[in-house]
Write a protein that binds this ligand. Structure first.
Ligand SMILES: [Zn+2]
Length: 268
């Protein structure tokens, strides 16, 4: 096992160093999607197109509900990326939607009442033999629950998923079950108690839809046992002890994978 040296803070939580020392749910999801792409991202030899923007939109909304100071700091640090250079003071379209999503959640008393507790809580712990890190949007230790805000295209959209099948929702498709499962596990390690996971969802549609969502424990456990099955292999690939496989179809593979022979049409 890799010895962990750095103590995580708001400053280094998303750093490359922290990503090497700790496994995270987003890293696990990256490796599950495509090992080659995940490793290239970790080695900083490749960055997915559009990742930065989605990350910024999420942080725009999250920082608002964290605190006034956090949001002001976020706006100041990212002003070059948030505002149009052609139209002075014009917020770019994606961030206008972020504003709209904030307004949508703000006008919900149920959300305001529930979103109480410690914000952006960093957790670490051991799970399936390796060190993990996690960051919880809102943790209410007294009441025993935690909330994650999810900005999503459409809360009610149902689509096919290779694991969950046809008609799966965004929580299943985007690996939010395993995320909440890992966080609940890390919280249990720290507090010795069971915490209830809640997703506060707001859609990127105009107008935005909003919902407070409880999760299906059986489905969390199903995703957690899949994690348990896959994590050894992923950790080996991460540590250079196994060759990464190419999914063959992702953004990274499309541009980096050399043609080494013919593919039969029936394999497309
Ligand atoms: Zn790939």
């Amino acid at each position: 096992m890799l010895k962990t040296a750095i103590t995580l803070s708001d400053e280094n939580y998303y750093s490359n160093e922290a990503d090497w020392q700790y496994m995270s749910v987003s890293q696990y999801k990256d490796f599950s999607n495509c090992e080659a792409a995940a490793l290239a991202k970790l080695k900083q030899t490749w960055e997915p197109e559009g990742l930065q923007k989605a990350f910024l939109v999420g942080n725009y909304v999250h920082s608002y509900f964290e605190s006034k100071e956090a949001h002001a700091k976020f706006m100041e640090e990212n002003k070059d990326r948030l505002f149009s250079s052609r139209r002075p003071h014009g917020l770019l379209k994606d961030f206008q939607i972020a504003e709209q999503m904030i307004e949508r959640l703000k006008c919900e008393p149920a959300f305001a009442q529930l979103y109480q507790g410690e914000k952006e809580v960093i957790l670490t712990g051991e799970l399936f033999g390796i060190e993990w890190k996690g960051k919880i949007d809102c943790l209410n230790v007294d009441e025993g629950y935690f909330i994650d805000i999810k900005t999503t295209k459409d809360i009610y959209e149902k689509k096919y998923d290779p694991y969950w099948g046809p008609g799966s929702n965004f929580i299943e498709r985007y690996g939010y079950l395993v995320q909440m499962g890992v966080y609940a596990n890390l919280l249990h390690q720290k507090y010795g108690e069971a915490f209830v996971p809640i997703i506060a969802a707001v859609s990127k549609q105009t107008p935005s839809a909003a919902a407070l969502i409880t999760l299906d424990q059986m489905k969390i456990e199903s995703d957690m046992s899949m994690l348990e099955e896959n994590i050894d292999r992923i950790y080996k690939v991460k540590m250079g002890q196994a060759e990464p496989s190419h999914c063959g179809t992702c953004e990274y593979c499309r541009s980096h994978r050399r043609i080494t022979g013919f593919i039969n049409m029936n394999d497309l």
